[in-house]
Design a binder for this molecule. Structure first.
Ligand SMILES: Cc1cc2nc3c(=O)[nH]c(=O)nc-3n(C[C@H](O)[C@H](O)[C@H](O)COP(=O)(O)O)c2cc1C
Ligand SMILES: Nc1ncnc2c1ncn2[C@@H]1O[C@H](COP(=O)(O)OP(=O)(O)O)[C@@H](O)[C@H]1O
Length: 325
C-alpha cells in the first residue's frame, strides 16, 4: 500500500476507485465500505484508494475556535489506521493535511482540483450522509451531477448496523468511555489495541521495580485514559500479560504529552525500537497525581496485584469452561 501526504504527484495519479472519510477505528461499517471499494477496483482495473484527513476536521475546527476540548477523542493513531486500511486491501492512501486552505475549498473546487485533477477518480463510494466542501455545501447530489459531467460513477453506502444501531466511530468512543471492551470489540470487529514503537523514557521505571515500555500515542485526546489490565503482542508467539498506564503521568511529568506505559509481568528483555501492540482488557482505575514516588510505587504494586489476579481468574474460568464440555 502506498501512502501519500497530500495529493500524489502527476506520475502517481493512477485512475482510482475512491472513498473519503476519517476512518477513526476502521470499524465494521468502514470495513464493509472498503470491501466494496476493493471489489470495484478489481472489477474495473483501478487502484483502490482512500482519502483521509489529519488532523481530524473536527479537531481542526475545535482548535480554530479555541475550544480544543471539543475535538473528538481519537480511537486510533495514524499508524493503526494505515495498518487497518492496508489489511482491507487498499492500494493507496492520501493523507490530506486538513487546514484552513483545504477547509475553504468550494464543492466545485474540491471536485475539480482534488477528485478529478488530483486523484483521477473513476468510481466513488461515500456514506449516505456525506457532505463536503466549504460550509459542507456539497452533498451526494452535487457528486452525482459532477459524475455525469466528468465521467465517474457515484455510489452510496447504506448504514451498517449492530443489533439495529448504526455502527459509528462515536458509538465506539462511547463504548470506550464506559470501558465496555466487549461492546467496542463487537463494533470494531477486533479487540481494542494501540500499537507503536518503544521509545526511551525517564529511566525511572526500572529504579522503582516497574520498568515500562513507553509508547507515544500521537494525539492529545485518546478515547481512553487510566490504568488497565492489558496484553502485549509482538514479543514471541503468544501475547504477554501486563499492566499499563495511558495518560499524562501527572506525578512525574508536566509536559501534558500522552504516553502509553506498559509493565510486562515476569519479563526482562530489551524492547527499545520494537513495534508492539497493546490490547486493552479491563480498566483498573483513573490516573492520579501522587505526592511522591514511594506513594506512586505502592499504587503500581496494587495495580500489578489486581491485574495478576484478573489473569488468574480468567485462566480458572477457561479451565472450568473446558471441564463442562
Ligand atoms: C500500572 C501503572 C500505573 C501507573 N499509575 C500512574 C498514576 O496514577 N499517576 C502517574 O503519574 N503515573 C502513573 N504511572 C506512570 C509512572 O509514573 C511511570 O511508569 C514511571 O514514572 C516510570 O516512567 P519511565 O518509564 O519514563 O521511567 C503508572 C504506571 C504503571 C505501569
Ligand atoms: N518487564 C518489563 N516490562 C517492560 N519493559 C521492560 C521489562 N523488562 C525490561 N524492560 C525494558 O526496560 C525498558 C523500560 O525501563 P524503564 O526504566 O522504565 O526505562 P524507560 O524510562 O526508558 O522506559 C523497556 O523499554 C524495555 O526495553
Amino acid at each position: 500500500m502506498k501512502v501519500f501526504r497530500g495529493l500524489p504527484n502527476a506520475e502517481s495519479r493512477a485512475p482510482c476507485a475512491l472513498t473519503i472519510g476519517n476512518f477513526d477505528g476502521v470499524h465494521r461499517g468502514h470495513q464493509a465500505l472498503l470491501a466494496q471499494v476493493r471489489e470495484a477496483a478489481t472489477r474495473l482495473n483501478l487502484d483502490a484508494a482512500v482519502m483521509t484527513f489529519e488532523p481530524h476536521p473536527r479537531e481542526f475546527f475545535a482548535q480554530l475556535a479555541g475550544t480544543p476540548e471539543k475535538a473528538p477523542q481519537r480511537i486510533a493513531n495514524l499508524r493503526d489506521k494505515l495498518q487497518s486500511l492496508s489489511n482491507a486491501g487498499v492500494d493507496r492512501v492520501i493523507v490530506e493535511h486538513f487546514n484552513a486552505n483545504f477547509a475553504a475549498l468550494s464543492p466545485q473546487d474540491f471536485i475539480e482540483k482534488i477528485l478529478i485533477q488530483g486523484l483521477h477518480v473513476r468510481w466513488l463510494l461515500v456514506g449516505e450522509d456525506f457532505c463536503f466542501g466549504s460550509r459542507r455545501a456539497g452533498n451526494i447530489q452535487t457528486l452525482i451531477d459532477a459524475g455525469k459531467q466528468y465521467g465517474f460513477e457515484v455510489h452510496t453506502m447504506p448504514n451498517v448496523n449492530n443489533e439495529g444501531v448504526r455502527i459509528s466511530s462515536s458509538a465506539i468512543r462511547a463504548a470506550l468511555a464506559k470501558t465496555d471492551f466487549p461492546h467496542a470489540r463487537q463494533l470494531l470487529g477486533h479487540s481494542y489495541a494501540i500499537s507503536g514503537h518503544v521509545v526511551h523514557g525517564k529511566k525511572l521505571g526500572r529504579t522503582i521495580g516497574f520498568p515500562t515500555l513507553n509508547m507515544r500515542v500521537g494525539h492529545k485526546r485518546p478515547a481512553l485514559s487510566g490504568i488497565f489490565v492489558v496484553q502485549v503482542h509482538g514479543l514471541g508467539d503468544s501475547p504477554l500479560p501486563a499492566v499499563a498506564s495511558l495518560g499524562v503521568r501527572p506525578t512525574v511529568d508536566d509536559s501534558g504529552r500522552v504516553l502509553l506505559e506498559t509493565h510486562i509481568f515476569d519479563y526482562s528483555g530489551d524492547c527499545y525500537g520494537k513495534l508492539l501492540r497493546v490490547e486493552f482488557l479491563k480498566k483498573l482505575r483513573d490516573e492520579e497525581k501522587y505526592v511522591d514516588l514511594p506513594t506512586l510505587t505502592a499504587a503500581i504494586e496494587r495495580d500489578a496485584q489486581q491485574a495478576r489476579a484478573w489473569f488468574k481468574e480468567q485462566a480458572s474460568f477457561a479451565v472450568s469452561a473446558t471441564d463442562r464440555i
